[in-house]
Each structure stands twice: as structure tokens, then as C-alpha cells.
Design a protein around this ligand. Structure first.
Ligand code: URA
Length: 234
């Protein structure tokens, strides 16, 4: 791909802006040699103002989504893209959230510009585990694990029952729930179906990938090992 297009697609500026960057000698190789737009050079060796470029297409990020931000581009309030470098919002192909977490849910959120990977993670057929920890306003009754594991639970206004899910009680009002689907407000609606109410909700893992020591609001790019962990056990 022509280097102007490649760099513009990463969100560093319009093609016109990037053409100027070349004229100004701001784009070099790793040894500081000025590059021209028609040069053939590996992505990893390109520098803009001496800095390596953002990763190419195939980018996968994990973000520790804090409370109070939405998984949307258009919401007028705080959105997850505000937590990333501004150019990540305008990359082509677009960087999308892998499913959504509610505004009032925190935890592990993936973003990628790889549409095929996104579908592999969210497809219920892939059975990738999404692990949540919830605090509840009422004590667990004791029958929730069997209800959620049954494969017959029908959420209000839905016509197909939920796939079996695994509930582990962590305390009287504290539970870990592992689901393989991503229906609208699924975890909150599951506990509502069991006569309870979710007070706080956090996603702690997707497959075998966990938040690790990522603080709320922080993010990092995933490597191939991290991506493999998403599918471990699926
Ligand atoms: N289930 C919910 O209810 N909310 C989320 O954000 C994710 C799963």
C-alpha cells in the first residue's frame, strides 16, 4: 500500500496532511533516512517524527472500562474512545468494540479493527466464556445455579432460551457468572429473572484472558498469545 494511504488510514491525518509530512521530511525509516511515499518499507521500520507508527490492521486492544462511559461513538457523554489516542477513533478499517458493556458495567472490553476476529469472539457458536462478577441487592436464594445451568431460562420479551451458564456463589450477595452469549443487559436480566437485582457488575475475563493489573481507564494492545488466550477452552 502507498505510504500516504497507510499512514492516513492509521488516523494521523488526511492524505493531504500526510503528503505534507513527507514533504517536510518528518517520515523516516528506523535509521533516520527520509522516506518517500512510494518507498517499499516494512511497517515496523517507519517513523513519524522519530516515533514508530501505531500497529497496522489486525489491531486488538483490551481496555479496563471504567463506570460511566459508554461503548458508543456517537453518545454525547463520555465514550470509550475518549480513553484512547484520538487517532484511534478515525482509523480505517474502524476500531470497534467487541460487543458492549453497559455504561454502569466496568471491566474487560476488547476493541479490534479485525471484523472476522470480532465475530469469532461474539458468536454464541464459538462459546467463548465471558466471566462477570456481580454484587446483588438480595441474598442468593440457592436455586440460581440450577436455573442458569438449565438451558431453558427465557428472558422477558425473548423467544429463545439462554444457553447454559455457570454461577458460582462468592458470598451471600456476591457471585461469578460465566456466559457464552452476549444478549442485551443479559446478566442483569438473568438475576432479575431469579428475583434479584444487580448492584455492581464487572467483567473479569473473556476466555482465559483476564484484566491482570490494568487499572480502570487503562488499555494495552494484545499480542498473539493474548488473542490465543481468548479462545483457550472454547
Ligand atoms: N450483562 C449486562 O447486564 N450488562 C453488561 O454490561 C454485560 C452483560
Amino acid at each position: 500500500m502507498n505510504l500516504v494511504k497507510l499512514i492516513a488510514n492509521l488516523g494521523y491525518g488526511s492524505r493531504k496532511d500526510v503528503a505534507w509530512m513527507f514533504r517536510e521530511g518528518r517520515i523516516t525509516d528506523a535509521d533516520g533516512e527520509v522516506l518517500y511515499a512510494d518507498d517499499q518499507v516494512e511497517h515496523a521500520r517507519i517513523r513519524l517524527d522519530g516515533e514508530p507508527l501505531d500497529p497496522p490492521h489486525g489491531l486488538v486492544l483490551m481496555l479496563h472500562k471504567p463506570l460511566g462511559v459508554t461503548c458508543s461513538r456517537k453518545d454525547p457523554g463520555r465514550v470509550v474512545y475518549d480513553l484512547l489516542p484520538p487517532r484511534y477513533r478515525v482509523r480505517e478499517p474502524a476500531l470497534s468494540t467487541v460487543g458492549r458493556l453497559d455504561r454502569d458495567t466496568s471491566g474487560l472490553l476488547l476493541l479490534t479493527d479485525d471484523g472476522a476476529l470480532l465475530h469469532r469472539i461474539i458468536s454464541p457458536k464459538a462459546e467463548v466464556a465471558k466471566v462477570y462478577e456481580a454484587t446483588l441487592t438480595q441474598d442468593l436464594r440457592g436455586d440460581e445455579a440450577a436455573l442458569f445451568a438449565s438451558g431453558t431460562l427465557l428472558l422477558e420479551s425473548e423467544t429463545t432460551s439462554l444457553a447454559p451458564a455457570v454461577l458460582e456463589a462468592l458470598g451471600p450477595r456476591h457471585a461469578r457468572l460465566t456466559v457464552t452469549e452476549g444478549r442485551y443487559h443479559q446478566v442483569r436480566r438473568m438475576f432479575a429473572a431469579a428475583g434479584n437485582h444487580v448492584e455492581t457488575l464487572r467483567r473479569v475475563a473473556i476466555g482465559a484472558l483476564t484484566l491482570g493489573d490494568l487499572d480502570p481507564g487503562a488499555w494495552r494492545a494484545l499480542d498473539a498469545g493474548d488473542v490465543a488466550r481468548i479462545f483457550a477452552g472454547a
